[in-house]
Design a protein around this ligand. Sequence first.
Ligand SMILES: *Cc1c(COP(=O)(O)O)cnc(C)c1O
Length: 329
Amino acid sequence: MRAHPGLAEIERARAAIAGRVRRTPARLSPRLAERLGVPVVLKHEHEQITGAFKLRGATNALANLSEDERARGVVTVSTGNHGRALAHAAREAGVRCVVAMSRLVPGNKRDAIAALGAEIAIHGASQDEAQEEVDRRVAEGGLVEIPPFDHPDVIAGQGTLGLEIVEDVPDLAQVLIPLSGGGLAAGVAAAVKAKRPHARIVGITMERGAAMHASLAAGRPVLVEEAPSLADSLGGGIGLANRHTFPMLRDLMDEVVLLTEDEITLGMAFCHVAEGVMVEGGGAVGPGAILAGKVRPIGPTVALLTGANVDPAQHARIVSDPEILERLA
Ligand SMILES: *Cc1c(COP(=O)(O)O)cnc(C)c1O
């Protein structure tokens, strides 16, 4: 097994992806600062190409393939943002890409991935069944699997966000990181703790089906039942055979905050109303946690806005709901 990525791998990733991903803006949020009582900076990573930070990890993983692996092509299972990122990065690199999905993945997401030139393999009625198709393509077709989070090059790529954050906010006291499989949190934590050892790493996720939270509490990777959530990009397990993100976060994460669906909704609406940006549910949990009073005011705080890929009709419903607008007034 390869070692966990650290600062050296993250700095190499930054050089490898330079010019292929955006350095996204960091902007003060006066309203959240007023609410929390300390400076709050939002990292607008939802403005990343393909609409989510996942392009960083996917681009770095492709950059690290050997000539032979590039010739064979890549494959992943995905329900959305990672598949889109890998499809984009593979097209840029001229590498064949297959994205396996279950029948349940919505048509608009399927179409977005296909539009980037990836081959779509529909298999089964769950993420686990779609994974069987990935295993088959690896075994029979020689494709190289680039998984969504538990891979050293993917984690190092996501960690480049951590380097940007400590440059954007040198006196950083804590970072609020949307949390699912933990590739983002592990990478950002490795970079931030190397540069600012006293900064706190706070993972934020939904109450229902919080696999990493349950696993950290149990002391080993555990299965949780998946439930539908407005934060759909935070769903899914961490893998019972997890190699990297679980042990890294066991060592590096200071706290996990859980949000209700109502608190996630408020975070999304806040991003639209107060910040003028369209952020998906999973990307808006940082503001949601601050508004819910679940974040401690220990000093300058960065909240990562991680993705923009929300169904427009669902977004429109939320940001025009008078009851929600009233609560934000
Ligand atoms: C994937 C994703 C996350 C969570 O990232 P992990 O590395 O799986 O923890 C958060 N926000 C968005 C928008 C995502 O697509």
